[in-house]
Ligand binder design. Sequence first.
Ligand SMILES: Nc1nc2c(c(=O)[nH]1)N(C=O)[C@@H](CNc1ccc(C(=O)N[C@@H](CCC(=O)O)C(=O)O)cc1)CN2
Ligand SMILES: Nc1ncnc2c1ncn2[C@@H]1O[C@H](COP(=O)(O)OP(=O)(O)OP(=O)(O)O)[C@@H](O)[C@H]1O
Length: 203
Amino acid sequence: MTEDREGERRQLREALRQARRELPSATRVPAAERLADALLALPFAPRTGPVAGYWATDGEIALHAWQLRLPRDCRYCLPVLGRGHRLRFAPWRPGEPLVQNRFGIPEPDVAPTDLLEPEAMQMVVLPLVGFDRTGQRLGLGGGWYDRNFAFRLRDPAPPWLVGAAYELQHVERLDAAAWDVPLDAVCTESAFHDYRSPSESPA
Ligand SMILES: Nc1nc2c(c(=O)[nH]1)N(C=O)[C@@H](CNc1ccc(C(=O)N[C@@H](CCC(=O)O)C(=O)O)cc1)CN2
Ligand SMILES: Nc1ncnc2c1ncn2[C@@H]1O[C@H](COP(=O)(O)OP(=O)(O)OP(=O)(O)O)[C@@H](O)[C@H]1O
């Protein structure tokens, strides 16, 4: 990528992060409920097994409403950062112990043997800074999700990869890099954006 492109990407990231941070709680609270409605109504919403969310930070749309309304046999998990940009997941219920990771984001305080691999997830709800009409995602820039879900560039779902965002994070077009893993869908407070190919979305 050229330096110009990288600079543009940085500017876009900052503008979108600021816009989402500025949303008032009168907007955030109902948005989290509408997001939960959309995630629970997904045609491929899992009935059972581990599903991954995130601990909302930096103005990200919250997932607690979804977590509370998940089917009984689904286990809500949070991302746990490892060495070398390794991302794994740990089941977590409200009240269970948390520690802060290197970015100050809470993650479950569990033994390494309790961590689940990305491949074990039925569905992953990804945080994002921006998304476009083709399902490309702009993240915080660490490449954590792209690295750890690169297998989805060749393997079919599951895990289904679903971005969660406010509609104001929708942008016209993001440049795709070779390593960018496209999303299967994005849910917002007002829409379900379906990016699956026809073969993945039977009529
Ligand atoms: N809520 C949430 N959890 C997440 C992510 C996320 O985007 N949101 N991640 C998605 O990948 C992973 C963590 N990746 C992250 C990448 C950068 C920063 C970040 O805040 N960077 C700061 C600089 C902080 C520092 O260097 O200490 C910044 O860009 O301002 C945070 C998390 C896994 N967990
Ligand atoms: N599969 C991969 N293998 C090796 N490096 C990768 C891979 N995917 C991404 N990266 C590296 O990660 C860096 C950040 O990528 P990018 O800007 O796309 O992150 P992002 O999607 O915005 O962030 P995140 O996924 O953490 O939310 C890139 O510079 C790239 O070098």
